[in-house]
Design a binder for this molecule. Structure first.
Ligand code: GLU
Length: 263
């Protein structure tokens, strides 16, 4: 059965340790997305990497902390990121379609519905992959979602996806008490689980496992199955499609409370 996916790629999955975009990795991921589209699935991609790509071009060895520097860095990196996606998807007869969103767009009924309709139309054409990032150039303070894990969950709700896959550099949620083994399935997020999730230390990445749990909770509210998996593992999306890991699959009960701000 064909399904609708939202795939989120973190900066660590798309860039090398020196911050440069990892073309080989982008080739592998876009190849897998194309394979899903070929079999009839629909895929929306939420991508990080703009700041990482901009850092490299601007020769910055640390992620900027001043908002204007960070925003400038994203504006330099975003077109490079899209160029990479364009080159790779083209080999499969697909084209990326760029969306840059802020919290405001998700919170405005008009913007939300317009984005929803545009994505719906693009997916119906079967030749385009909507590629979404936060509009870092203008998103600061209260109009920021803040991290792409939560953005991807809001997007999954918006496009009525059946599956959200968050790809990072780790195999899933790791059980520190059990030699760091991947927890294959989570049915409830409680304090014990939150304690297992720790923030990332990387100069390039943003959220860590904490924001992935928040994303899984947002998605669960809409009945969307969420996976956290390692985007560097060959064929990971195709494995997830077969219900395999390694990865953590969140199958949370649908929450009755309306906690999400999106319309
Ligand atoms: N929007 C940021 C970027 O493209 C990343 C935010 C995140 O990774 O959560 O670099």
């Amino acid at each position: 059965m064909a399904i609708r996916w939202v795939v989120k790629c973190g900066t660590g999955v798309l860039t090398r340790p020196n911050g440069q975009l990892d073309s080989a990795q982008i080739t592998r991921l876009t190849g897998q997305i194309a394979a899903l589209v070929r079999r009839g699935d629909q895929v929306v991609l939420v991508t990080s990497g703009a700041v990482g790509a901009g850092m490299r071009t601007m020769a910055l060895d640390r992620r900027p902390t001043r908002v204007s520097e960070l925003q400038a860095c994203a504006t330099v990196g975003q077109p490079q990121l899209m160029l990479e996606y364009h080159r790779r998807f083209r080999r499969h007869g697909l084209q990326p379609a760029q969306f840059l969103l802020t919290y405001w767009d998700l919170d405005s009924r008009t913007c939300y519905r317009n984005a929803q309709a545009t994505i719906e139309h693009l997916l119906s054409l079967r030749a385009y992959v909507p590629v979404i990032n936060e509009n870092d150039a203008i998103a600061a303070d209260e109009i920021r979602v803040g991290d792409n894990d939560r953005l991807s969950a809001h997007v999954a709700v918006m496009v009525r996806a059946s599956r959200l896959v968050i790809l990072s550099n780790v195999d899933g949620l790791l059980d520190k008490a059990n030699g760091g083994a991947v927890i294959p399935e989570v049915r409830r997020i409680d304090d014990r689980l939150r304690a297992l999730a720790s923030g990332t230390q990387s100069q390039l990445s943003v959220g860590g496992m904490v924001t992935k749990l928040l994303a899984a909770e947002i998605a669960a509210e809409a009945g969307i199955e969420t996976w956290v998996a390692n985007g560097r593992r060959p064929g990971i999306l195709l494995d997830v499609a077969r219900g395999k890991g390694p990865g953590t699959r969140f199958r949370l009960p649908r929450s009755k409370e309306k906690g999400s701000h999106v319309r």
